[in-house]
Design a protein around this ligand. Structure first.
Ligand code: GDP
Length: 442
């Protein structure tokens, strides 16, 4: 059990989405679980074996439904408490009737996230895994699902815990040197702990310098469509979104704000943003649109620079965004068929006919996959980033600290920052290392 008292009440909630379905699952967790199951299902089934039964309203004896019940006694359950699942017919009436009975028995409807919260409090998962559950439930594309599942498997939390353990060891050695100066400790311990501290700070910094890949994957990878007015940016976005998300018009300067469309590109979540055409204008509203367009273009991970294939001089505009993250797109090839054969690095498309758009999307998808496919677990949340940045700050202060006590304090602060990520800030760990490594206090 982690910090905080054991929740003593028993909660229930539908585990499946609301609405009509073949089956709905009602989950119950807490000390009163066994009583509730025996009352409603007649008896308690053997642990972890699905048992068919008739569910009864105990006050009237009236049958409520015919279904399955599963019983997971503590601690081998999702929350670490006694847990039961009722699998019932998925109608609102059945669910309501059973929930009413449970309420009558003194159980209460769970708050949002309360099952996961209890799982965390009972040490079933760390905070990073709890966040992964939320991400997995919200995942819309393959890459998001994969990232969340890896996080749920404990890979990311494992990295952070590994750092915490190393830091705990460094701190333990230093504390031992401070607290027990007469013991036979190797004299180079302080130097070594400094070296290890620097090494760890470097590692965390490298993890931080990942271009926000994990966070981007959660939120959607930003792609800005930029280019001169009337090049066909809005038409291209419409073509990609396959719906009229943006109003296109032959009058320059129609797109004054930014319109976003989320698409799934080869499993990656991409948010395409249409921006105002890049041109000089006296119109105040258009100038504002332009300012936003430029900012969005700068912030975007990838830019599609669209120009009219009949105006090759426009193509030079792409020079403002050099590098592999800007893809040059020659639009309106339907109006100038000969251009599509010109040797050019720009991808030829026609937003009007759709020609070349699949090739463009596949090039964009490859670009995204190249950047975002990753083997090592990546940072996924600003919350983790902030904690890691704090940890690095503390670790970098260690070298300048004049007294070992101050050094130890900075190490402790770093450890606390790391602990905030997974939700484990534990002095017991420290004591364990001290006593195991040195046999002090014999
Ligand atoms: P934006 O200002 O860059 O967003 O350009 P729009 O998408 O509003 O397009 C400007 C004009 O060009 C509109 O009249 C479109 O119908 C037209 N247009 C856009 N793409 C194409 C294309 O591939 N072929 C042809 N023939 N016309 C296009």
């Amino acid at each position: 059990m982690r910090a905080g008292a054991a929740p003593s009440d028993t909660i229930f909630a539908p585990a499946t989405a609301a609405g009509r379905a073949a089956i709905a699952i009602l989950r119950v967790s807490g000390p009163d679980c066994a009583r509730a199951v025996s009352t409603v299902a007649g008896k308690l089934p053997p642990p972890r074996v699905a048992q068919r039964g008739r569910f009864i309203d105990p006050t009237t004896g009236e049958p409520l439904d015919d279904g399955l019940v599963l019983w997971f006694p503590a601690p081998r359950s999702a929350t670490g408490e006694d847990v039961a699942e009722f699998h019932v017919h998925g109608s609102r009436a059945v669910l309501t009737a059973i929930m009413e009975v449970l309420r009558h028995l003194g159980l209460r409807l769970a708050e949002p996230g309360e099952f996961t919260r209890r799982a965390f409090l009972n040490g079933k998962l760390d905070l990073v895994q709890a966040e992964a559950i939320a991400d997995l439930a919200a995942a819309e594309t393959e890459a998001q699902r994969r990232q969340a599942l890896r996080q749920l498997d404990g890979e990311l939390g494992g990295v952070y815990r590994g750092w915490s353990q190393r830091l705990t060891r460094i701190l333990a050695h230093l504390e031992a040197a401070i607290d027990f100066p007469d013991e036979d400790l190797p004299p180079e311990i302080e130097d070594r702990s400094l070296g290890e501290t620097e090494g760890l700070a470097g590692e965390i910094e490298r993890h931080l310098a990942d271009g926000h890949r994990g966070e981007r994957l959660r939120d959607g990878i930003m792609v800005a469509i930029i280019g001169p007015p009337n090049a066909g940016k809005s038409s291209l976005l419409n073509r990609i979104a396959r719906r009229d998300a943006v109003i296109t018009s032959p009058i320059a300067g129609t797109t004054r704000d930014i319109v976003e469309v989320a698409v799934d590109l080869q499993g990656y979540p991409v948010v395409l943003a249409d921006t105002a055409g890049l041109r000089d204008s006296d119109d105040v509203v258009e100038q504002e649109g332009l300012r936003r367009a430029l900012r969005r273009a700068e912030e975007a991970e990838i830019r599609l620079f669209v120009f009219d294939v009949r105006c090759p001089d426009q193509a030079s505009g792409t020079a403002a965004w050099p590098g592999p993250d800007t893809i040059s797109v020659a639009n309106k090839i339907d109006l100038a068929p000969a251009y599509r054969y010109l040797p050019n690095t720009a991808l030829p498309v026609s937003a009007l006919t759709g020609e070349g758009v699949d090739a463009l999307l596949s090039a964009l998808g490859q670009r995204v996959a190249q950047t975002y496919r990753t083997e090592a677990p990546v940072l996924t949340r600003a919350r983790h980033r902030e904690a890691l940045e704090d940890a690095v700050l503390s670790l970098r202060r260690v070298r300048d600290a004049v007294l070992p006590e101050l050094r130890a304090e900075d190490l402790r602060l770093a450890l606390r920052s790391l602990g905030h990520i997974t939700g484990t800030v534990d002095v017991e760990d420290l004591l364990d290392v001290i006593f195991h490594d040195f046999c002090i206090g014999k």
